[in-house]
Ligand binder design. Structure first.
Ligand code: NAP
Length: 320
């Protein structure tokens, strides 16, 4: 089978499409015939060797994918050969024709969701779900600012928040992105490059502020986020690419909280709740992953450049 292999950390051209041996499912394992693999910013940090956890070389990148179960090992009872699935991480890497997974990493894909869309479920939707519901404990009637709503996590967050009855303010840097954010259900789509947009958020909330902020670029925005919070407001730091200065006083008089999260350390019982919630939303149509770009797996380097470029539009997936 063919797989992207990385033999040394570096720029996107270290990813090469190579012929590698077929995978065999051991006890408690599943082999998925991958139809599409999802591309996430974290894949680029891992490929570059700048992520906190470095895989042993050589390796196949990718945590997201969707396809069909092609074989199962002994003791696997949650899926059968032929089932349509999405993966939540893999043991062998998702940028490949086959992915070896533990049984717990494989989840049913509703029939109404395509494989390309399925490749955009785990990292984006599980992060948005965990941030909004499990960390910030957002509830119907509250207002959420999805600060960076045009990309993978952001579009997922807008759909989840809208379906759950929150008032949704989303931001994007391009006009096309703002159109997408509005189409996903945001009540207000603002430009995070517009000098007046922070005041606009306060005006939308009649000066009260927002209850929850899901922050995709905390190094840019955390200092600006805190004055936007209502009393008891919560900021969830989802993405950050550097340092930032904040005024801690902005949290004090509001009983405000800044909370971090990393999806990959979420406890198993929390993940089980996330997957159940996502399945329900995907099956009933309130969640509908947006595939903005589909790129052939042999051009994975182009996909890594695209996912780090401005002007996000949903998910980028690799056609396998
Ligand atoms: P993505 O698809 O590349 O989207 C990036 C988003 O950030 C876009 O909406 C982009 O908007 C927005 N953005 C760019 N400049 C911004 C600014 N100045 N203010 C606010 N937003 C801005 O990436 P993603 O998959 O959604 O992930 C978003 C971030 O979360 C990444 O840093 C990723 O590494 C991180 N992440 C963390 C976890 C975790 O477990 N903590 C999980 C998944 C992702 P425009 O392009 O329209 O300007």
């Amino acid at each position: 089978m063919k797989a992207i292999r990385v033999h040394e950390f570096g720029e996107s051209d270290v990813m090469k499409l190579e012929e590698v041996p077929d995978l065999i499912a051991g006890e408690g394992q599943v082999v998925v015939q991958v139809s599409a693999a999802g591309v996430n910013p974290v894949d680029t940090y891992i490929r570059a060797g700048t992520y906190a956890v470095k895989p042993d070389l050589p390796f196949t990148p990718g945590m997201d994918g969707a396809g069909t179960v092609s074989s199962i090992g002994s003791g696997v009872d949650n899926v059968s050969v032929g089932d349509r699935v999405y993966v939540a991480g893999t043991l062998s890497g998702a940028y490949a024709e086959q992915a070896l997974c533990s049984a717990g990493q494989v989840h049913a894909l509703p029939d109404n969701i395509s494989f390309s869309q399925g490749a955009g479920i785990f990292v984006a939707y599980a992060t948005a779900y965990r941030g909004l519901f499990q960390r910030a404990k957002g509830v119907a009637g509250e207002t959420v600012l999805v600060h960076g709503a045009s990309g993978g996590v952001g579009t997922a967050a807008v759909q989840l928040a809208r379906a759950a009855g929150l008032t949704v303010i989303g931001t994007a840097g391009s006009e096309r992105g703002r159109g997408l954010v509005a189409d996903q259900g945001a009540h207000h789509a603002l430009d995070h490059h517009d000098p007046g947009y922070l005041q606009e958020i306060m005006d939308i909330t009649n000066g009260v502020g927002v209850n929850v902020i899901l922050e995709m670029l905390a190094n840019e925005n955390l200092g600006k986020d805190l004055p936007l919070l209502a009393h008891g407001g919560r900021v969830v730091v989802i993405g950050s690419r550097g340092n930032v200065e904040i005024n801690p006083r902005d949290t004090m008089a509001k009983d405000a909280s800044i909370m971090g999260m990393v999806l990959l350390i979420a406890p198993e019982e929390d993940l089980a709740g996330i997957h159940a919630g996502l399945y329900a939303g995907l099956a009933n149509g309130s969640l509908n992953p947006v595939v903005g770009q589909e790129i052939a797996i042999g051009d994975a380097s182009k996909a890594h450049e695209a996912v780090m470029a401005p002007g996000a539009y949903g998910k980028i997936v690799l056609a396998v």
